[in-house]
Each structure stands twice: as C-alpha cells, then as structure tokens.
Design a protein around this ligand. Structure first.
Ligand code: ATP
Length: 305
C-alpha cells in the first residue's frame, strides 16, 4: 500500500519558509548561480575589395532575417556611389543597409565613431529580432569593434566571421575590369563633381581610390588638346587599377593577421572559382555552390547552436 508521509506540505513549509514568502524570494534565489543569458549573435563578412562580400551579405540576410551594417570606410560617406562601389537599391534586394552613406563627405568619420554607431545599430537590429551582418573590408573598423580597446561589442555579442578569399592574381584581373566598368558608369563625372582644387586627399571621402589619381587631369584638362586628355585619363585609370590591386593585398594581409596574430576563428570561403566564372560566363551556379552554400552551413551552425 502507498504510504504517504504525514503533513508533507506543512513540513515543507516549515523547513523552507523562503519558498512561500515573496519578500524573501530574492534572498533565496541569489543563493544559486544564475544560468548565463545567451549572448545576441552578430555575423561578420570580411574580404578584400572585389571578392563579392556585399552580395554574400545580402544573400545571407535574406536567408537568416539579417540586416547589413556597412563597414567599408569610404562607403559610410554620402555620394561617390560608383567610385566606392556601393550596392545599388536593386542589389540590396529589400535588405536594410545601415551606415551606407549618411556621413558628410568632408567629415573625418573615425573608427571610434563607427564602433559607437555600429554597436547601437546592432542592438536595434537584435531588438527587432534580426541578425546583424557587418560587411566590409575596412579592418581598422572591425578591429576597433572587436579588438581589446573596442568597447564592449565582443563581450556582449557572440561573433562569427566569414572570410571571402580570392586568389590575388585572379582578383587583379577582376578589379581592373571593374575599373573599366566604373568608367562606363560615370567615374570621371562623379570625381569631377567633388573635385576642389584646394582639396585635402588625406581627409573624409577624398581618400577614396579614384579621386587623387584624377587630380592632375582636372587641373589641366582645359589647357591640353584631346589626345593629351585621352592620354592623361588612361594614365589615371592605370593608377586607379594599380592602387586597387595594392589595396586588395593590404586588406587580405590584415584579415590574415586577425587569424594569425589575434587568434580570431575565421571561416574562410574560397571565391576564386566563382570570380573566374563570373568573368567568363557571368555566374552560373559556381558561386552558389562554392561560396553561398558553405557560408549558409556556417551561419546555420552559428545561429542554431
Ligand atoms: P587604413 O587604416 O590604411 O585606412 P583600413 O583597413 O582601415 O586601412 P581600408 O578599407 O583597407 O581600411 O581602406 C584603406 C584605404 O583604401 C582608404 O583610405 C581608401 O583610400 C581606400 N578605400 C577603401 N575602401 C574604398 C572604397 N570603397 N572605394 C575607394 N577607395 C577605398
């Protein structure tokens, strides 16, 4: 037969009065260690200029309810859509993009300001139930956000890094062709619009590759003949290509240092085949298979785990 203890609840009440006294609840629970609250998650899409970060960020945002925070230090400024290669409204595909423009071209937007704004925006994105995706190649911004002197972002957020990498010689050819396309889209007119003979190319948006290289042309175009103008433009385009190729190397090296020196765990995806394919045939499924697919797997593990 089932033997019930006598007056179980009364005994319990007598031995553990705290459980039944609301005013003592805090004292009671504080004797036990609290379970840690899971940190909100933030995804980073890193990569040199021309590796296809923006497209990947948008595709991942569509898949994982993300919003993109731009971390390219020249794209935070207003204007220069062509020269800085900003994503178009079409390419955004309805995904909200933050810090893409909005800063006055003459302002010197600092890494500290980026860090402060990006943190506030990420908090707002999380409050909307979305995933913040920080995308861009400017490592001083990323380092400020994640590094030891970068405030509390890395303490408060669980971060995952995807590194879109492309063989540099393949990337060289791609960025050179991209400069030719930028010229077709109005690079020279865009640069002329911001040209100022007293401009300081070490401040604000004027640091963008594409502006200092055309300075000599704008100063002299009115005084030289057509053949000379064409030659000067060709020279400037050559410099823009060379400087962009140099930038991709420096950016790649800085990303590698995040891994080697800072010990960050980067999920590297190799987009070389996709870039080759994009140049030859305009895409196919290579990008989906070699870049998007592995990245989706990484993010699925990250957000699911
Ligand atoms: P640094 O500390 O040398 O400025 P960083 O890692 O913070 O480097 P990068 O994105 O590598 O930032 O930018 C370095 C330089 O490359 C910029 O100052 C600018 O001259 C050029 N640059 C970067 N992004 C662009 C862009 N989208 N368009 C044109 N030029 C750019």
């Amino acid at each position: 037969a089932l033997v019930l203890p006598r007056e179980p609840s009364v005994k319990f009440r007598r031995d553990h009065p705290q459980l039944f006294n609301l005013s003592d609840n805090h004292a009671f629970f504080s004797r036990f260690p609290l379970l840690p609250t899971p940190k909100p998650k933030a995804l980073f899409v890193l990569g040199s200029s021309g590796t296809g970060k923006s497209k990947l960020a948008v595709s991942l945002a569509l898949r994982f309810a993300g919003e993109v925070i731009n971390s390219d230090k020249m794209q935070v400024y207003d204007g220069l859509h062509v020269i800085t290669n900003k994503v178009t409204a079409d390419e955004c595909a309805g995904v909200p993009h933050h810090l893409l423009g909005g800063v006055h071209p003459d302002a010197d937007f600092s890494a500290a300001e980026f860090c402060r704004l990006a943190t506030t925006i990420a908090d707002e994105i999380v409050a909307r139930g979305h995933l913040p995706i920080i995308a861009g190649g400017s490592n001083s911004y990323i380092k400020k956000l994640i590094g030891v002197d970068g405030g509390d972002f890395s303490r408060r957020y669980d971060c995952c890094f995807i590194w879109v990498d492309v063989d540099l010689t393949v990337l060289d050819e791609f960025v050179a062709e991209r400069v030719d396309k930028m010229v077709e889209k109005g690079l020279v007119e865009e640069a002329r619009g911001i040209f100022d003979s007293a401009a300081d190319y070490t401040k604000g948006v004027r640091r963008s590759i594409g502006l200092p290289e055309l300075d000599k042309y704008f100063r002299q175009e009115a005084e030289v003949d057509e053949a000379e103008r064409t030659a000067m433009l060709e020279e400037a385009f050559g410099e823009i290509k060379a400087n962009t190729c140099r930038l991709t190397r420096v950016q790649r090296e800085k990303i590698r240092r995040f891994e080697v020196e800072d010990g960050w765990r980067l999920h590297r995806v190799d987009a070389t085949a996709a870039v080759v394919r994009r140049r030859e045939l305009g895409g196919g499924m290579v990008w989906e298979e070699t870049v998007l697919g592995p990245s989706i797997e990484t993010v699925r593990r990250f957000v699911g785990g």
